[in-house]
Design a protein around this ligand. Structure first.
Ligand SMILES: CC(C)(COP(=O)(O)OP(=O)(O)OC[C@H]1O[C@@H](n2cnc3c(N)ncnc32)[C@H](O)[C@@H]1OP(=O)(O)O)[C@@H](O)C(=O)NCCC(=O)NCCSC(=O)C[C@H](O)C(=O)O
Ligand SMILES: [Mg+2]
Length: 306
């Protein structure tokens, strides 16, 4: 049985900020910024000769002060490189919320990391995220996502990487991403079939506010849960575009009340102010209201600590 997109994840993943683990100053900034998740990057933003230094930075960062209220994800190097296994040892030692695998081509890439976590007796809530950023990754998006349904699988989220994908395919960066949309939608369809989340790719030109807004609107309309970010300036717009807008929350609350009315008992379809509403809309409405409450609770907690 498929899960409705509205029920994919109860977590907020509107803004997923990547931070190069080589940069201690940027690492420190993650305590103060308002993103939902942080990816600590050991892969492409760290030069090969500085991988060990980046791991040491992360070790120090995790031991100095816990990062509160945000999902913590460590992006490792591919296990086929010289760095992948040392990265995995660090992941097991630091126990983040998730490990992000780059350049996933097939389900076996995810399973190999799952096996390492199992052998290390890592806690079950240490999840796996997968970057879909190669031609084979796109072609195999469905079977990769399906692997997330096998018993004991830790796969939780797919993240699209368009920089690598453009490099591999020759598709040029263009406003509207018209040639990429079919591949993006393939990823959204795959996660929808198997109850995972999908995060849209980074937008490199972090000073181009209009371009970023347009891409967020497009990603949200396509069904992505949020966007991978490269700069703190992208957090507020991503939270805004991927968060529920107040009118939609009010409408969702009205749908929940309408179905809670005893007059709706035994009805699968009702008339809500001149619009047909079905019980499937109730599931979406509940998910939206849940996310709105998570955001409100986060904002209240932030105000308290200010
Ligand atoms: C792109 C950057 C190199 C730009 O950095 P910088 O020149 O320092 O920008 P600013 O001067 O505007 O920065 C202002 C302050 O903000 C801090 N900062 C900047 N970026 C981050 C960040 N990502 N996280 C936390 N803090 C950040 C700076 O340190 C400045 O602070 P201060 O000095 O105190 O004023 C830089 O933004 C950057 O490195 N971004 C992240 C790059 C990265 O993570 N790359 C990997 C992910 S991209 C990817 O995965 C692609 C994918 O794989 C694919 O294939 O598509
Ligand atoms: Mg990449």
């Amino acid at each position: 049985m498929s899960r409705n997109p509205a029920t994919r994840s109860a977590r907020l993943r509107r803004s997923v900020l990547s931070v190069p683990a080589i940069n201690p100053r940027a690492l420190e900034k993650t305590h103060a910024v308002d993103c939902d998740a942080v990816i600590f990057d050991l892969e492409d933003s760290v030069a090969p000769e500085r991988k060990a230094e980046a791991r040491e930075n992360l070790r120090n960062f995790f031991s100095a002060r816990p990062l509160e209220g945000k999902e913590r994800i460590i992006r490792i190097n591919d296990l086929s490189t010289n760095f992948g296994l040392a990265d995995m040892e660090l992941v097991i030692a630091l126990n983040p919320d998730a490990v992000l695998l780059p350049k996933v081509d097939e389900p076996q890439d995810v399973m190999a990391v799952g096996d390492l976590l199992y052998e290390a007796d890592a806690p079950e809530d240490l999840r796996i995220w997968a970057m879909i950023e190669t031609p084979r990754g796109i072609l195999n998006a469905a079977v990769i996502a399906e692997a997330g349904r096998t018993p004991g699988s830790r796969l939780d989220c797919l993240v699209v990487g368009l920089n690598d994908l453009r490099k591999e395919t020759g598709v040029l960066p263009q406003p509207g991403r018209s040639y990429l949309v079919p591949w993006l939608m393939q990823v959204v369809l795959a996660v929808s079939a198997y109850g995972l989340d999908a995060i849209d790719s980074v937008f490199n030109d972090f000073r181009d506010e209009q371009g970023f807004d347009a891409e967020c609107l497009q990603g949200r309309a396509m069904g992505f849960a949020g966007k991978m970010l490269i700069h703190p300036a992208q957090i507020e717009p991503a939270n805004r575009h991927f968060g529920p807008d107040p009118a939609a929350v009010a409408e969702a609350e009205a749908i929940i009340s309408a179905f809670a009315d005893p007059a709706s008992d035994g009805l699968n379809v009702i008339n809500a102010g001149g619009r047909m509403v079905e019980r499937l809309h109730l599931v979406q409405a509940e998910s939206l209201v849940h996310k709105a409450r998570l955001i409100a609770a986060r904002q209240a907690a932030t105000r308290k600590t200010m």
